[in-house]
Ligand binder design. Structure first.
Ligand code: GLN
Length: 546
């Protein structure tokens, strides 16, 4: 394979018409096709909000907070990029307006601008450009996908659009080719009883983009169904791109089918031609196999996800994706069902959970619905239903066990009841005195030592692992001997042995909790071992297989 390596190459991704079109997923799918051709691809997500990072944002509004190895709390699109590109990114790959302004203001205070008036252009735009280039170049990639969150025309995204416009002009190219290209994702709505596809919103959003000085090279037309060839031609004519650069992106049963859909339309070939990068045929074998398995399951398992952000599936997206990865590995369609934990408090676990084959209680904060989560753990323990508790779900399982098996009446976490007589979950010592909320939890990848022969060690096929964390509370080290006096084992511990990282119940088929979040590192080819174990246990109970 031939590679033009002398220059970094950029694909800037913008969105038009409305947000939520899945431009991150489409860009990640294109990235997959480039990876499949042997290129090293990285991704940067720009979020034009003023928060420094996603860590302080409510999942109810913005979906899950994704956690990186380095502890960065970032937008969930970075999770999509990690899964599609199979890379581990860092906090620098999520650029926000908050980070940019913070840096510029602190430089101003330090006198870096030498008496100049500090302005959006050039100081803010320069900071944006510098960060994009520095992050892309330090990643060692050949191609950087840079996605601008929001929609063209939003006031907040203006400085970013201006910065990437400048970058594209300033960057050289080779052999008459540019070093970067622009991919614009728009909506093609259908109206009327015959579902006529309308191009006007696309025309308007491209016009808006061109008014800023950006000419799209590639238009991804999102629609309910395939884009009609006539409509493609119309978009090509009105938006000044060749027909081959108008990509039909209909709704798919699974996002994992997107790379194949783009490949059929020769999108990667077009992109590489534009960038003057030569490549052979893609190696899509394992991805295709993964997708085929997902589409043709032999078994069906229903998992109840008991949480409090259940109206927004994006709040638990890494868990849902982990179950897709597990589904392909086990030839099983994992149907995830959201159960509001407060409903369990009102109607009882039996009513809401008896139909499910397995139960997941994911992470969370605050006391709303906490008794419902504890109730779900108790139901799983008593009925021998496969249970996975992650972070808060792990803590809830230990609280339930302390109360109902060990007789520690009113045991609780001091997060929910500071005066509990049995504080089985307590604040991490280093958290005492911490009052700032942003970026102050125990975050990111930490080493976990697993006891040889334990269920967890068997699932990981390892006794030393790195998993990602995001928490302030932990198992109270002073109560460990009480908690392990019967059939509960803390098989996973931090390297110094002080922190309890996993728990397993010896008597149940599958009852496991982890203080860390295994969902963040789950990949199509390497599903999270704890999610895999949960589904295997459910399959064994339901079908007698595995
Ligand atoms: N609220 C709990 C803590 O801070 C659990 C956090 C989580 O589930 N991510 O420890």
């Amino acid at each position: 394979m031939l590679r033009s390596r002398e220059l970094m190459n950029y694909i800037f991704v913008t969105g038009g018409v409305i947000s939520g079109l899945g431009k991150g997923t489409t860009a990640a799918a294109l990235g997959r096709l480039l990876v499949a051709r042997g290129f090293r691809v990285t991704a940067i997500k720009i979020d034009p909000y003023l928060n420094i990072d996603a860590g302080t944002m409510n999942p109810f509004e913005h979906g899950e907070v994704f956690v990186m190895d380095d502890g960065g709390e970032v937008d969930l699109d970075l999770g999509t990029y990690e899964r599609f590109l199979d890379v581990n990114l860092s906090r620098e790959h999520n650029i926000t307006t908050g980070k940019i302004y913070q840096a510029v203001i602190s430089k101003e205070r330090d006198g870096v601008y030498l008496g100049k008036t500090v302005q959006i252009i050039p100081h803010i735009t320069n900071e944006i450009k510098m960060r994009i280039v520095a992050t892309a170049e330090s990643s060692g990639a050949d191609i950087a996908i840079v996605e601008l969150g929001g929609t063209v025309g939003d006031i907040e995204s203006m400085p970013f659009l201006e910065a990437v416009r400048q970058l594209s002009m300033e960057m050289g190219g080779r052999n008459g080719h540019r070093q970067c290209l622009f991919m614009h994702t728009t909506l093609v709505p259908e109206v009327g009883s015959v579902g006529e596809q309308k191009t006007k919103p696309t025309q308007h959003s491209v016009r808006e983009l061109r008014a800023i000085g950006i000419d799209p090279d590639l238009i991804i037309a999102r629609a309910e169904r395939e884009i009609d060839p006539d409509i493609k031609r119309k978009i090509s004519l009105f938006c000044n791109v060749p027909v081959e650069a108008v990509v039909s992106a209909p709704n798919l049963p699974s996002i994992y089918g997107l790379p194949m859909l783009l490949e059929e339309q020769h999108v990667a070939e077009y992109v590489l031609r534009k960038l003057d990068m030569a490549a052979g045929r893609p190696e899509m074998g394992s991805w295709q196999e993964f997708y085929q398995k997902l589409q043709h399951p032999k078994y069906f398992v229903d998992v109840a996800i008991v949480g409090k952000y259940t109206e927004l599936a994006d709040a638990y997206i890494s868990h849902i994706e982990a179950f897709h990865h597990v589904g392909a590995a086990t030839e099983c369609r994992v149907n995830t069902r959201f159960i509001e934990s407060e409903d369990i408090e009102k109607r009882g676990a039996d009513k809401l959970l008896s139909e499910s084959d397995a139960i997941l209680v994911p992470g969370g904060f605050g006391s709303r619905g906490i008794e419902g989560k504890i109730g779900a753990a108790g139901y799983a323990r008593e009925k021998n239903k496969p249970y996975l508790g992650v972070c808060l779900g792990f803590q809830c399982a230990v609280i339930e066990y302390a109360r109902n098996v060990l007789g520690m009446e009113n045991a609780n976490s001091t997060e929910f009841d500071p005066d509990t007589p049995h504080p089985v979950i307590d604040l991490l010592p280093e958290q005492r005195g911490v009052s700032e909320k942003g970026g102050t939890m125990r975050l990111g990848a930490h080493k976990v030592i697993l006891e040889p022969g334990s269920k967890t060690a068997t699932l990981y096929a390892a006794t030393s692992i790195y998993e990602r964390h995001r928490h302030r509370f932990e198992i109270n080290p002073e109560l460990i001997s009480d908690l392990t006096s019967k059939d509960l084992r803390f098989a996973g511990k931090s390297e110094d042995g002080r922190r309890m990282e996993t728990a397993e119940l010896l008597t149940n088929d599958y009852f496991i909790g982890s203080q860390f979040h295994p969902e963040f590192k789950s990949r199509p080819a390497r599903p999270s071992p704890l999610h895999l174990g949960l589904i295997r246990a459910a399959l064994k109970q339901k079908y007698g297989v595995m």
